[in-house]
Design a protein around this ligand. Structure first.
Ligand code: MN
Length: 254
């Protein structure tokens, strides 16, 4: 099995090494192609207005001066001789739960894989102040990564679908198990923006500094993490709100 490993935290991020170790438990044909710099929050952006460069660090190890989407595109079209059987994206440093998903470069790399018809899984490690200061931030991902991926290797994936995995901020032996759950609700509309003044006297703004409010609805990824479980959520790229199609069509006279 041929595996492509990518991320949005950048080629030098510790979580990429964690994911390579997870991938190595399934295959010795693991390729890395990841952004050269951190691209968290890049979403599914594709670089259109300046050139993107490919840097080869070693056999099967590449960095791309662009976004996670650029990295997967280049991996599939330039770097790899044949397409991978599996794309793993992460392990992200931080949650990709609820409405984090559309902002996420980690998930978007897997979306790009799904668009190419390749089995794709995004993996993220939730952290808390305690887990960040307590030693190994990726403890749960190390212990549970292969256990989360293995059942997905021969599971049927519908076209234009992918899987989003989040690990709770706990030591490996404290994780209670795995739950397959739906996407929850993270209320970004109430997120704050921090304003400051730069050394030249110009105003600047900084996003993402505060925790985002959320509701722990039953059966969601947010609830599973809060309960100490690995959260596994199948996602689809069809964003159509199907149940609105009929009633909306009635508002237009043709
Ligand atoms: Mn990230």
């Amino acid at each position: 099995m041929k595996i492509l490993v990518t991320n949005d935290d950048g080629y030098h991020a510790p979580g990429l090494t964690v994911l390579e170790e997870i991938a190595a438990q399934f295959s010795d044909d693991v390729w890395v192609c990841a952004p050269s710099e951190e691209q968290s929050g890049a979403g599914h952006s594709l670089t259109l207005n300046h050139p993107v460069r490919l840097q080869k660090y070693a056999e099967r190890r590449f960095a791309v001066t662009g976004t996670p989407t650029d990295s997967v595109m280049l991996a599939l079209r330039e770097v790899m001789d044949t397409p991978p059987d599996l794309i793993l994206s992460g392990v992200n440093r931080g949650a990709n739960l609820g409405d984090d998903i559309t902002y996420s470069g980690t998930v978007s790399a897997a979306i790009e894989g799904a668009l190419a018809g390749i089995r794709s899984i995004a993996l993220s490690q939730v952290y808390s102040r305690a887990s960040r200061e307590g030693g190994d931030l990726f403890a749960a991902a190390r212990e549970w990564g292969a256990k989360a991926v293995a059942p997905l290797l021969d599971a049927p994936f519908a076209g234009r679908s992918l899987v989003n995995v989040n690990f709770p901020p706990l030591a490996g032996d404290a994780v209670k198990g795995t739950r397959v759950v739906r996407q929850g609700f993270h209320d970004y509309s109430r997120g704050s923006v921090v304003e400051g003044t730069d050394p030249r006297g110009h105003r600047y703004f900084w996003f993402g500094l505060h925790a985002i409010e959320h509701t722990l609805d039953h059966g969601t990824d947010l609830e599973a993490i809060d309960d100490g479980f690995v959260a596994v959520t199948p996602l689809q790229l069809d964003l159509t709100h199907h149940s609105s199609l009929g009633s909306m069509a009635e508002r237009y006279e043709n």
